[in-house]
Design a protein around this ligand. Sequence first.
Ligand code: ATP
Length: 200
Amino acid sequence: MRLSGHGLRCVRGGREVFAGLDFAAASGEALAVMGRNGSGKTSLLRLIAGLLIPAGGTIALDGGDGEMTLPEQCHYLGHRDALKPALSVAENLAFWADFLGGERCDAAESLTKVGLDHATHLPAAFLSAGQRRRLSLARLLTLRRPVWLLDEPTTALDVAGQDMFAGLMRQHLASGGLIIAATHAPLGINARELRIGGVG
Ligand SMILES: Nc1ncnc2c1ncn2[C@@H]1O[C@H](COP(=O)(O)OP(=O)(O)OP(=O)(O)O)[C@@H](O)[C@H]1O
């Protein structure tokens, strides 16, 4: 499987954010998208996820599931945690599994892996910032999707949480997945750098 973009151009609010951007990542590879604030890292992830339309260029996934679109094969984890405060931890995960569709993995196991097994019945409103992030990360594990698009995924995670997530990313890569992550901080895994907009 290989995800690539060629000659990508991104325009937001009538202003060109980047142009002529090329990237490629194969199964088992991670790309760390780096660049100054406003250089277009989030925009690139949203283009790949199908949440924005490129003003030019192409994005292709070769060797994926031919019956599914690229966005259907991606997990997009944005800045915001997208949790419903009144629903419990377990209910939030079930909501996402229903919303995204597809074959589910064991939700309890996913919550154990992210260290939230003690909090399954707690309303999301009561979670700390790091716990909210951990619940968002559990979404990546609940449904198997090969392409992980991650926007500053380690925000609010403590050192143990960063190590835990690095382990989950390594497992994902070892099982043939690929990762594109926008980040200002080291991800804790081997990742090739994709720099947008000069020195950041
Ligand atoms: N909805 C929008 N309408 C107009 N302009 C937007 C919109 N969303 C983002 N932009 C602009 O697009 C540019 C790129 O934003 P983007 O969020 O992709 O940058 P980034 O590299 O992820 O930044 P950061 O490091 O601060 O997270 C910025 O100048 C931003 O103001």
